[in-house]
Design a protein around this ligand. Structure first.
Ligand SMILES: Nc1nc2c(ncn2[C@@H]2O[C@H](COP(=O)(O)OP(=O)(O)OP(=O)(O)O)[C@@H](O)[C@H]2O)c(=O)[nH]1
Ligand SMILES: [Mg+2]
Length: 337
């Protein structure tokens, strides 16, 4: 063996041992190791992939709860209240907040961090904020990997907060076992969930800020829309989607929300629907991972190769579909690249 090979293989086995140690520490629930593993999930490196594949084997125990709704609907406030209540029964809670770091809601990350700090002294709570911009890999894929890390580390409940705008965010929340859609009164006179196209993904609707008088109208609108939707879609599930009310200000509605979340989980288990849901979640994750792999492969070409194909498409020698096939190496075009 050449000395560089020897050096490389020693380095690789060192890395393997280090990863093994890190995985064991995550499974023990060590916070620093959990944070390091999450950073690996947010990077695109192969070293991280290997460790996350190991972590994935230890998942499947947590109840993943997705909360979504338009910006400002009260999701973070609700997540915080839920986490506090879940903690009173001794259950460990992981929180993944996907922050819309867009120019429209700039500063959201900081805002959420500040609002979440009152939970951060509790060792039974782990909070991770993820930016939507600047995520190196695919957002959906890395968010769900981060949720896996919490699951493997023994967090029994994992709350994922995303804004219900944008396909990735909706997909992420749909990868939960229980989807909670949060609507606030007064943020426009229409039901916000419909605008965001998330009405139909809710297992539970919650109208937040029910200390406000216009909340009653929002509840009525939602119930009306649900009745119409149910008639149009037929019975897809035996679960009746409830519309709950909450007020963080008056500390109301959180107990009912928790018992409904628990009831939904029990319903999934008792009816066997949990298997369908697990299959849908895995399928979505495979598709998201495949999209990321394809994108990496495309971008892995040198700029010159990309430019050549781009020029051919621009001159209408080939169409964009054929150009993509050439870049992916699936084209039979002999003079491809
Ligand atoms: N009156 C009233 N205000 C509330 C209630 N819950 C949240 N708010 C306020 O609504 C605003 C937005 O709350 P957040 O919890 O940050 O909403 P969010 O949906 O997480 O917001 P983004 O993450 O920015 O999309 C804050 O000013 C809260 O204080 C409530 O029950 N009653
Ligand atoms: Mg928030």
């Amino acid at each position: 063996m050449a000395s560089t090979d020897l050096h490389n293989s020693v380095a690789a086995s060192d890395r393997g041992a280090a990863a093994g140690g890190l995985i064991a520490e995550v499974l023990e629930g060590r916070r620093k190791s959990i944070a390091r593993m999450m950073s690996l999930a947010e990077s695109t490196g192969e070293a991280g992939r290997e460790a996350l594949a190991q972590i994935h084997r230890h998942t499947g125990r947590a109840h993943i709860i997705g909360l979504t709704g338009v910006p400002g609907s009260g999701k973070s406030t609700m997540v915080r209240a839920l986490a506090q209540k879940f903690r009173t029964s001794g259950r460990k809670v992981g929180i993944v907040a996907v922050d819309p770091s867009s120019p429209f809601t700039g500063g959201a990350i900081l805002g959420d961090r500040i609002r979440m700090t009152e939970l951060s002294g509790d060792p039974g709570v782990f909070i991770r904020s993820m930016g939507t911009r600047g995520a190196l890999g695919g957002l959906a894929h890395s968010t769900l990997d981060v949720a896996d890390v919490l699951d493997a580390a023994g967090y029994e409940l994992v709350l994922i907060e995303t804004v219900g705008v944008g396909q990735d965010e909706v997909d992420i929340v749909q990868a939960a076992h229980t989807v909670v859609v949060v609507s606030a009164p007064g943020l426009g006179d229409e039901i916000q969930a419909i605008k965001a196209g998330v009405l139909e993904i809710a297992d539970i609707h919650v109208v937040s800020k029910c200390d406000r008088p216009d909340a009653t109208q929002t509840v009525a609108n939602l119930r009306g829309m649900l009745a119409l939707g149910a008639a149009a879609m037929g019975e897809r599930s035996t679960w009746m989607v409830p519309v709950l009310r909450s007020s963080a200000q008056n500390r109301e509605g959180i107990d009912a929300l928790i018992s409904t979340i628990d009831a939904h989980r029990a319903h999934l288990d008792d009816s066997g629907e949990i298997e369908n849901r697990r299959r849908e979640i895995v399928e979505m994750r495979i598709l998201k991972a495949a999209e990321d792999i394809v994108r990496d492969r495309l971008l892995g070409h040198g700029r010159n190769e990309l430019d050549q194909v781009l020029r051919r498409a621009m001159s209408r020698d080939i169409d964009p579909y054929a150009a993509a096939k050439i870049l992916l190496g699936t084209s039979t075009d002999q003079d491809g690249l």
